[in-house]
Write a protein that binds this ligand. Structure first.
Ligand SMILES: [Mg+2]
Length: 204
């Protein structure tokens, strides 16, 4: 399975641009229920991946995803680094294990389950899982990219009504209700950036 170098490089840049444009917003969300650094952490991660974009885009897709995941673990820090890192590393491993015929959405499902185990959390705990699972579900149903974007954005908004069960926000208990989860929000932003880029560059 070969990564398409131009496509992968474009996706990396689209993700970096989306996070950079929304860094302040992500920090503001994190200030409400956490320590206020989610935007800067994510931006650091995206810039670290961009810095090795030339190397990464030359790799086969599974290896590229694993490499990006490792870079994210090392650069994002906080709680989000290991979670986003696990997602991409496991995604790469799953794709490599089963090769070209592997259903992409199945590999994503297994990677999300690995994130859930890593974070000892479940859907409904007000984390990025609350965006990842609905996005995976939409992908598994072969939903159009525009529907996947809508699902991601709606799912992030819905974390506002949830009570945080994991991370710093969990210490707030009921006071976490009414605030959108920063991790869910960055996840929706990245999903949107990826889908919009694919829509423009690889029409279905
Ligand atoms: Mg934070």
């Amino acid at each position: 399975m070969q990564a398409e170098p131009v496509l992968l490089a474009g996706l990396i840049e689209a993700c970096r641009a989306a996070i950079t444009a929304n860094s302040d917003h992500l920090c503001a969300l994190d200030r409400a229920i956490g320590d206020g650094d989610h935007g800067t952490n994510m931006q650091r991660g995206c810039e670290a991946v961009s810095a090795e974009e030339a190397t990464v885009s030359g790799l086969p897709l599974p290896e590229a995803l694993e490499r990006i995941g490792l870079t994210l673990v090392m650069s994002i820090g906080g709680a989000a680094g290991p979670l986003y890192g696990t997602l991409l590393i496991e995604m790469g491993r799953e794709l490599r294990k089963s090769g070209r015929e592997q259903d992409f959405s199945l590999a994503l499902k297994q990677a999300i389950d690995a994130v859930a185990r890593r974070g000892r959390s479940n859907a409904g705990d007000k984390t990025l899982l609350d965006v990842l699972y609905p996005v995976q579900d939409a992908l598994a149903q072969h939903s159009p990219l525009t529907d996947i974007v809508r699902r991601a954005e709606l799912s992030a908004r819905l974390t506002g009504a949830m009570k945080a069960m994991r991370g710093r926000a969990a210490y707030l208990g009921d006071r976490s209700i009414g605030h959108v989860d920063p991790g869910a929000s960055s996840c929706a932003l990245l999903t949107t950036a990826i889908c919009r880029y694919l829509e423009e560059h690889r029409p279905e």
